[in-house]
Design a protein around this ligand. Structure first.
Ligand code: BGC
Length: 745
């Protein structure tokens, strides 16, 4: 009997051990699998999941001297959970094999990479892309980028950057969506949707909302500098885009480098635990920025790496990029009782959860397929998408005498070193895009103008911003012989991106002098401005008859510029950052407060908030951009003049294409909450519509505003709706608007 009983027991035991563990069973719900896995992991292995190392090249300062071999060994030991900067189907596969086949529990790695505006097919920089105000297009662009990256073995990208910024001295304004929180939110959400899809196939990747929080408010636009803003500003101006991206389902959020209220963001309990997790209910995981955990020591907030690990975890941050503070110190912190196992489990829960969600436990090489990789990159369809995105991003700032589009020209002079220099076309965040795949402005124009038009080219200046008499003389010579002169000016793409702050975001002197000299030829003069930020264009305004802001447009730059210059595409971009009148005016932005001493327009009294030497207004305001046609606004109406708190108010306006070609207009709606318990900006964008009208066509454009649009945040982050007078303004940019008034009861 006893014998039969022990046989039975043995049978049960054998059966149980033959069954695969719950975490390996694809039929189990993800949460069951995570819990089962957590139950099998040592504290050391758990700490390993918090460790994110750069596997290949560096996108930040070197923080360790670990070589590739050592990183492989750490992977074997389960001491690395994820890598950034290992890319490619084969490369990711080899490293994944080590994690899956040689580590004790076979937990797959996540592979991450900064893909700011495309992987191989490079799209316009995000700032430019936002100038399209075309959310469908923006979402599509991100999904193309995700498809390419996912085919190269990647699971995760550090985008979108949701930092609002008013400061073109900061090189990273190129990565965001400009100065407006509402538009910034819509654009960020579109980018998240495009990147992630529903994360259940192998063509989408995880997004990362960064840099949390308020990194765009760095003082004087100097990279990595201090931020000192109030909660009032935090909630009303800086947080909305991050929130919109989180609400769109972003899987991860990245800490910023800066302090908020004296505490580095990585260790900031208010930002991470209180706001992001508790108030917003963020369900993903938080990753540090490059060594931002370690930099808590430099900030003077943590004593050493052990203190760093403790403070980051206590704040709610979890994954450690390039500091190795977690992997080295968490086991001791647990042993000493400073961190509970429950806290540690909470910190890695979502990291594991997303590894399951991506399907990596069931097929760790799902993303690493060399054949798919080869077939996915830079396809004609991807290029076409990039071209459409690029031409939709261009902003026509001036077009005196309708110089553009080019008409009946036989000889075109193209001047400007950047028009041919592939090395200067791209910015720092170029991912795997290569200049050789890109179309220069010169080549784009050459293709578009064909053989019937003579295109002559000289550089006119050097790419470092300097010039010479010879370069100038050559330029004048070809200009004199041309029907129209196109001058590509600006600053090198290499000056856009991280670690590229500039005290003078201006057109270099040699280029200004070049324009002055060219204007004297009496030829129609078009400036094509290439830059990753709005530059001060005040001193070129008198010389250039037309100005096209061409930003940094990516792989299809030249074709897109040619489409606009020739009129194949009628420009529709509207700038999402104010163009400063002078450097000393920075930061300048449309949604400022009235102050106690504002200048009523058209007057110039004393003792007011103003400059003595320049106007208060920017050179080109937020939302501004011309078209080859013109649009008239008339008959603005509100459907009521008094509205209750739960009502909606209808706003309508008739927009007419008053020119002679079809065109697309971005009809913008702004409000002003005249009196409130916390002061409100003089204008706030609350809605917009992109409409295309044939010549002579009119359309009634209707908007509806409700409680959400009319409320603002108090300093605890609660939306407040206060009765009183509201002004509604509608127009084609933030300056030229028609207005109506209503009361909220
Ligand atoms: C940047 C991040 C980036 C990270 C990884 C940091 O220096 O601030 O935006 O995602 O590096 O490359």
């Amino acid at each position: 009997m006893r014998h039969i009983f022990s046989c039975l027991l043995l049978l049960i035991f054998l059966q149980a051990s033959a069954q695969s563990p719950v975490y390996k069973d694809p039929k189990q719900p993800i949460d069951n699998r995570v819990k089962d896995l957590l139950g099998r992991m040592t504290v050391e292995e758990k700490a390993g999941q918090l460790n994110l190392l750069s596997g290949g090249f560096f996108t930040g300062p070197a923080t360790s001297n670990q070589g590739q071999k050592e990183k492989m060994e750490l992977t074997r030991q389960g001491k690395v959970g994820s890598f950034l900067n290992i890319i490619g189907a084969n490369e990711t596969r080899s490293m994944q094999e080590i994690a899956v086949k040689e580590s004790r529990l076979g937990i797959p790695l996540l592979f991450a990479y900064d893909m700011i505006h495309g992987y191989k097919t490079i799209f316009p920089i995000p700032l430019a892309e936002a100038c399209s105000w075309d959310l469908t297009q923006i979402e599509k662009n991100s999904s193309v980028a995700a498809r390419e990256a996912a085919s190269a073995g990647l699971h995760w990208t550090f985008a979108p950057m949701c930092d609002i910024s008013n400061d073109p001295r900061w090189g990273r304004v190129m990565e965001g969506a400009g100065e407006d929180p509402y538009l910034g939110g819509l654009v960020s959400a579109a980018r998240v949707r495009g990147l992630q899809g529903n994360l259940s196939d192998n063509t989408h990747i995880m997004a990362c909302v960064k840099h949390f929080a308020a990194y765009g408010a760095i003082e004087a636009g100097r990279e990595y500098n201090t931020v000192d803003i109030s909660r009032f500003m935090l909630w009303n101006k800086y947080l909305p885009p991050y929130k919109a991206a989180v609400d769109a389902g972003a899987a991860t959020v990245m800490n910023s480098f800066n302090i908020f209220e004296g505490v580095p963001a990585s260790g900031n309990k208010y930002l991470v635990n209180d706001v992001l997790k508790n108030k917003w209910g963020f369900k993903g995981f938080v990753v540090s920025d490059w060594n931002s955990f370690g930099e808590m020591i430099d900030h003077g907030y943590a004593a050493d790496k052990k203190d760093v690990a403790l403070k980051a975890l206590q704040a709610g941050s979890s994954m450690d990029m390039e500091t190795s503070a977690m992997v080295a110190n968490v086991p001791a912190l647990v042993k000493e009782g400073k961190i509970t196992v429950k806290q540690l489990d909470d910190a890695i829960y979502k990291i594991l959860w997303y590894k399951f969600k991506l399907g990596l436990f069931d097929d760790p090489y799902k993303f690493s397929d060399p054949a798919r990789e080869a077939a996915t990159m830079l396809t004609p369809a991807n290029r076409q998408q990039a071209r459409e995105a690029a031409r939709g991003s261009i902003v026509l700032l001036k077009n005196e005498g309708n110089i553009l589009p080019l008409k009946n020209v036989k000889k075109v002079a193209l001047i400007g070193a950047f028009a041919k220099s592939r090395a200067d076309m791209f910015d720092f965040w170029v991912a795997q895009g290569t200049p050789n795949d890109a179309v220069t402005i010169h080549d784009g124009l050459k293709n578009a103008l064909g053989n019937d038009v003579e295109l002559n080219y000289v550089s006119g200046y050097n790419t470092d911003g300097t010039g010479s008499d010879t370069l100038m003389a050559d330029a004048i010579k070809i200009a004199l012989n041309a029907d129209v002169v196109l001058v590509n000016i600006g600053i090198s793409g290499k000056m856009a991106g991280e670690d590229r702050s500039l005290a003078y975001p201006v057109i270099p002197d040699a280029q200004v002098q070049l324009l002055q000299a060219l204007q004297k030829t009496g030829k129609p003069l078009v400036a094509l401005v290439s830059s990753g930020r709005p530059l001060v264009l005040t001193n070129i305004l008198p010389y250039a008859g037309a100005i096209l802001q061409c930003w940094i447009l990516g792989t299809e730059t030249g074709n897109a510029v040619a489409d606009v210059v020739t009129g194949k595409y009628n420009p529709s971009g509207k700038t999402v950052m104010s163009f400063p009148y002078a450097v000393g005016q920075i930061p300048v932005y449309y949604n400022h407060f009235n102050t106690g001493r504002s200048i009523p327009s058209g007057t110039d009294p004393g003792w007011k908030s103003r400059y003595r030497d320049i106007p208060n207004e920017p050179l080109f305001p937020f939302g501004f951009g011309l078209s080859y046609t013109t649009f008239g606004y008339s008959g603005m109406k509100l459907d009521k003049t008094i509205m209750g708190k739960s009502d909606k108010i209808g706003v309508s306006v008739t927009v007419t294409n008053t020119g002679s070609v079809e065109g697309t207009e971005v009809v913008q709606l702004y409000i002003r909450d005249v009196t409130a318990s916390l002061v409100r900006p003089v204008k706030e964008l609350k809605s917009f519509q992109r409409i295309t009208l044939k010549p002579g066509e009119s359309r009634v454009v209707s908007f509806s505003l409700g409680a959400k649009d009319l409320s603002f945040y108090d300093t605890r982050g609660n939306a407040v709706l206060e009765p009183g007078e509201f002004r509604v303004m509608v127009g084609g940019n933030s300056r030229d608007v028609t207005e109506a008034v209503f009361q909220l009861k």
